[in-house]
Design a protein. Structure first.
Length: 397
């Protein structure tokens, strides 16, 4: 779990995280933050059926924990606003109150005890959260810049916790819908803190999120706050499932060819393909679409066509190092074409489109790498699937 329950680890890291201060940076009042829409949440709750008459212990504990975690964020921002009078803290503290109210609604709906016995700022039932609150306030008091970094770090961890709790509550649609709303809000808050730091000339580096996921959040805007199964058509769900397995084909192919040829390029690009898989898996979890990958063993696929593709590409690539590099180039050609096709399929879903476009650009980079290595070996690669004009545009951007 990435949650604040791992307080000991977090307290160790936080000293490293905020152990430096950017000198000479203006700490004037930053820009306005985005705030979650209380009206949207209210309408969502009004139309949301009870998912079950009973609720599991894990989900109960998750809701209680998130109730206090949202309070921690609110209380930290209220306290830091009192110190610096930054509008971002005032605005986001109001949003965190909305998040607290949403969790309280679910606690009341299922008759779960509310861990917030005293709503005063800085008071917590969970002793780890109490200790963490005090530590974060001490760090935030160092400077306005460090205060904004505290806010960004809180939102990173909040995102990870909400995604984890969503997995635990997958059988309870009302809970996952609320978690989805809160996670979207946390993405907005992270963008706000990062934007305020940028105004001060500080480039914030993610401390807990993977770089690609962090970039995906920072470079996106105004995703729908609530997503249910019905949001995606069957074709759109199938597109996500196909893409994650196709990325696995590339990943597994390159691992296999690396083991056979010991060419570092295959090892490096296999790592990139794993990151691609991780990005699509987050989409599957977010949209509550079943992940077709049941077995992570190299060379095992649920889709029979992709199984055949993997077997064929391995057979071709195993003939020689040159054929292995050609197999890599051909794999990236297919990936580019399929991603462009799937982008058309999911048109209108900005979050999915953004990820697919990023993966497609990654495949273009991989294709260029394979083609250039072949060229260094005296081989002029001819495209197998892309038309010549598109191929040349990619190779010579």
């Amino acid at each position: 779990m990435f949650g604040f329950k791992k307080a000991a680890l977090f307290l160790t890291i936080v000293g490293i995280l905020f152990g430096f201060n950017a000198c000479g940076v203006s700490e004037s009042a930053p820009a306005k933050a985005e705030v979650s829409d209380a009206e949207t949440l209210s309408k969502l709750i009004e139309t949301m059926p009870v998912a079950s008459d009973t609720i599991s212990k894990a989900v109960v504990e998750g809701l209680q924990y998130m109730r206090e975690e949202e309070k921690l964020a609110r209380d930290v921002y209220i306290t830091l606003n009192d110190i610096y009078d930054y509008r971002v803290f005032k605005n986001i503290s109001k949003s965190e109150q909305i998040h607290m109210n949403a969790i309280l609604y679910l606690l009341n709906r299922y008759g779960i005890e509310d861990p917030v016995k005293d709503d005063a700022v800085g008071v917590f039932t969970n002793p780890d959260l109490k200790e963490l609150y005090e530590t974060l306030i001490a760090q935030g008091k160092t400077s306005g810049t460090d205060a904004l970094k505290v806010g960004a770090a809180i939102e990173e961890i909040d995102i990870l916790d909400l995604l984890e709790k969503t997995k635990e509550a997958k059988e309870y649609s009302d809970v996952t819908r609320i978690y989805g709303f809160l996670e979207r809000g946390s993405e907005n808050h992270l963008r706000a803190f990062v934007g305020n730091l940028r105004v001060q000339g500080i480039a914030y580096e993610p401390q807990y999120l993977e770089q690609e996921f962090f970039d995906e959040i920072i470079n996106s805007r105004n995703h729908p706050p609530v997503v249910a199964d019905s949001t995606l058509t069957d074709d759109e769900k199938a597109a996500l499932q196909y893409v994650i397995e196709e990325e696995k084909v590339a990943h597994d192919l390159y691992l296999t060819l690396y083991n056979e040829n010991n060419l570092k390029v295959f090892k490096n690009i296999a790592r990139a393909e794993q990151r691609h898989m991780n990005s699509v898996e987050r989409l599957l979890n977010f949209y509550k679409v079943e992940n077709p990958i049941k077995d992570n063993t190299v060379g095992v696929f649920a889709n029979s066509d992709l199984q055949e593709l993997y077997d064929t590409m391995v057979q071709k690539g195993s003939q020689s190092e040159i054929e292995a590099l050609k197999a890599g180039a051909a794999m990236e050609e297919m990936d580019i074409l399929d991603l462009l096709n799937k982008i058309e399929t999911v048109n209108g879903h900005n979050r999915i489109t953004a990820v697919f476009k990023r993966l497609e650009k990654g495949s273009e980079i991989h294709l260029r790498i394979f083609v250039r290595i072949l060229k260094l070996r005296g081989i002029t690669y001819e495209p197998q699937y892309l038309d010549q004009a598109t191929f040349q545009k990619i190779i010579n951007p």
